[in-house]
Structures are given as structure tokens and as C-alpha cells.
Design a protein around this ligand. Structure first.
Ligand code: UD1
Length: 349
């Protein structure tokens, strides 16, 4: 029996293709890191994911307390279930907490989306990635530079397997269904911002809002993460939200991928959105100084824009340079779930 761990919004679309392809018996464990219907439940409904076998219901707190809470809640569940392997995805607190619990008992661990590095240790996700990769037994990677990062950190070649990108399996599976979602009839851009580095800094968040206003009259739809909404409200930044920026609640998966596909441009600080826009050939401007997903800049449609003042010019340039056909990225082809399942079953033998 295998434990499959999920906890936060970007995990659900990565775990889905694994569940669909795994023939081995598995328990789906939800840590409860994300708990709102809009951040969690709606994804289970639209992806038609099985309900979690266990929900640890840890909820929100600081990165440290949340990681510790997940470990405390998972350990008894782990001991009771005695899984033969634990599979974690991505780089959220749930990823590190559960892999750290399992290795203490010598249980084989698998990290899906291993080896991504922003080389920016101020990001909690980078610490989660570094530590998870040091202690996981099988490292399944989405792109070739991840192998180099892992080898540079001393991980053995035979622990690393290229499987492609499971998030893209879910995107390709559900894009046709998403066509039913409504989008604005006029040209629009899509905005998502939730990284602490951008939205936990009042001055920076204000400058980003001002820069988005300079893109008027282009309509910008901004489905805002709870963290971003709280900060705009708490800091009284509502008056800096420009008229062309339409703040809406966090979207469900089908609406969101439909909006991405129909947008002239996407402005984001999310990791997954850089990947999804690349596969769809939609211009993307990432408001960060670095990315752990450089393949989206070299082969995809992404460009980095660390300075809020440069967002308007970067957006205009990206729209002008939109590719005629979507780029092809090796193994981002809808077959990652099957390759991951094969590797998980291989280590159990
Ligand atoms: C987490 C991940 C990040 C991922 C993001 C996607 C870590 C370190 N970060 O960041 O990598 O890109 O999820 O969404 O694991 N909140 C709600 N409702 C919810 C969930 C959160 O209101 O369902 C609020 C919390 O109260 C908190 C804030 O959102 O104030 C942040 O939540 P948290 O889980 O700490 O991290 P994210 O910023 O969502």
C-alpha cells in the first residue's frame, strides 16, 4: 500500500494523473494545508479525484508551525497504515513534512517534481525542495536541468528518472471540458499573485497594482489568493486597485485554465502557471527575479520581470512576440502519470 500526499492547491492536479495510472493499492492523504472550497474542494469535484481517505485538517499557521503540525498529525496515521512507500509532489509544506516523517522509519519515499531550483533560499518552497530532494529515495523529474541540479547536490544518478510533467496531464485532459466556462468577450489579461515576496510587502504590492493600472484600457482579471486579498484589505490598498483590474475570488480549475487559454497575456508569480501558459503558447510575464522552472523561459512562453515598473513594457513585448504554435517541451505530453506510476511500482518490487 502506498500513501499519496496532497495538501495545497497546486498538488491536486499533480496527484490526479498518478492516481489514475496506479494499479497498486493507495491511500490519499490530504493534510488540510488548504481547506477553503475554492482552494481545495472544488478541485476534487472538477478533477473527479477520489475523496481523501484521511484528512489531517492542519489548517493555516506560520511555515514552521504548519510543517510541524503536519508531521505530528501524519505520524500516527503513517504508523497505523504502514505504507510500503510514500509519494509526495511539488514543494509545499505538506511535501517536506510527510517525506520527513516517512524517512525516519526507513520507508521508501518518492518525490515527484524533484530537482527544481530557484537558488533563492528566501522562498519557503526552495527550502522545501532542497530538503525533500536530499532525503527522498526516488527523484522523478519534469525537465532535464533538474538532473544537473540533483547531481550537483550529490544525489546519485540512479535515483533520478525523467518522467515529464504530471500537471500537464491534467491540463490536457480537462482543457476540452473547460471550453464551457465563460470568459470576457473583450481582450483581457489574467493576473495571479500570492508569493510572500510580492504580496507580504506593502510597498511592493502597491507598486505592482500601480504598474497594472498602466496597462489600461486592457482589462485584467485577477482571481486573488486569500493571502493577497487579506493584505490588500489590511493595508488599505483598495484605493490603489486600478479601474482596469477586476479582483475576483479564487477561480475553480476549469474556469482558470479556460481564462489562461483565452488571455492575451498572463501576469503571475505562480510556478504552475508558468508551465501551463507555456504548453498553451500563451505569453506569460512572471513577476519574480528567478524561476525554478527555467525551461518555461528557454523553450516556453515565459519571461521574468523582477521590477514592477517594467511590467507594462514586458507585457506589451510578450503580446507582440506571441508564438504562432504552442512550444513543444519534452515529455510534457499527457503521459507523465503513466510513467510515474511505472516508476513507483518498480521500486516496490
Ligand atoms: C502555498 C504554498 C505555495 C503554493 C500555494 C498555492 C507553501 C510554503 N506554500 O502557499 O508553494 O504556490 O500554496 O496556493 O506550502 N488560506 C486561506 N484558505 C485556504 C488556504 C490558505 O484563507 O484554503 C490563507 C491562510 O490563512 C494564510 C494564507 O492563505 O493566511 C497562506 O496560506 P498557506 O497555506 O500558508 O500558503 P500559501 O500562500 O497558500
Amino acid at each position: 500500500m502506498i500513501d499519496l500526499i496532497c495538501g495545497a492547491r497546486p498538488n491536486f492536479m499533480k496527484i490526479d494523473p498518478i492516481i489514475r495510472n496506479l494499479s497498486e493499492k493507495a491511500r490519499l492523504i490530504h493534510t488540510g494545508q488548504h481547506y477553503d472550497y475554492s482552494m481545495s474542494g472544488s478541485f476534487f469535484d472538477q478533477l473527479e479525484l477520489p475523496r481523501p481517505d484521511i484528512n489531517l485538517e492542519v489548517g493555516s499557521s506560520t511555515v514552521t508551525v504548519q510543517t510541524a503540525d503536519i508531521m505530528k498529525a501524519y505520524e500516527p496515521v503513517f504508523l497505523q497504515g504502514k505504507p510500503d512507500a510514500v509519494v509526495v509532489v511539488g514543494d509545499v509544506n505538506s511535501t517536506l513534512a510527510c517525506v520527513l516523517t516517512a524517512v525516519r522509519y526507513g520507508t521508501p519515499t518518492v518525490h515527484v517534481e524533484a530537482g527544481l531550483r530557484s537558488f533563492d533560499r528566501t522562498m519557503p518552497e526552495e527550502i522545501n525542495r532542497l530538503l525533500t530532494d536530499q532525503i527522498s529515495d526516488l527523484l522523478l523529474i519534469t525537465s532535464s536541468e533538474a538532473r544537473i541540479n540533483l547531481l550537483n547536490e550529490g544525489r546519485p544518478e540512479n535515483a533520478i528518472v525523467m518522467v515529464g510533467n504530471p500537471m500537464i496531464d491534467t491540463l490536457l485532459r480537462l482543457l476540452p471540458e473547460s471550453a464551457h466556462s465563460t470568459v470576457p468577450s473583450e481582450n483581457f489579461g489574467l493576473v495571479t499573485l500570492h508569493r510572500p515576496a510580492n504580496v507580504d510587502d506593502k510597498i511592493l504590492l502597491g507598486s505592482i497594482l500601480d504598474a497594472l493600472g498602466e496597462l489600461a484600457p486592457l482589462l485584467l482579471i485577477f482571481p486573488a489568493h486569500p493571502r493577497t486579498v487579506k493584505n490588500i484589505r489590511n493595508w488599505g490598498l483598495q484605493s490603489r486597485v486600478p479601474d482596469n483590474l477586476k479582483l475576483v475570488p479564487a477561480m475553480d480549475y476549469l474556469s482558470f485554465i479556460r481564462h489562461q487559454q483565452a488571455a492575451q497575456v498572463v501576469i503571475t508569480d505562480s510556478g504552475g502557471v508558468q508551465e501551463e501558459t507555456s504548453v498553451m503558447g500563451v505569453p506569460c510575464v512572471t513577476v519574480r527575479p528567478n524561476t525554478e522552472r527555467p525551461v518555461t523561459c528557454t523553450l516556453g512562453t515565459n519571461v521574468l520581470c523582477p521590477d514592477p515598473g517594467s511590467i507594462p513594457s514586458a507585457v506589451i513585448k510578450q503580446i507582440e512576440n506571441r508564438p504562432d504554435v504552442p512550444p513543444l517541451i519534452p515529455m510534457w505530453d499527457g503521459g507523465a502519470g503513466a510513467r510515474i506510476a511505472r516508476e513507483i511500482e518498480r521500486i516496490l518490487k
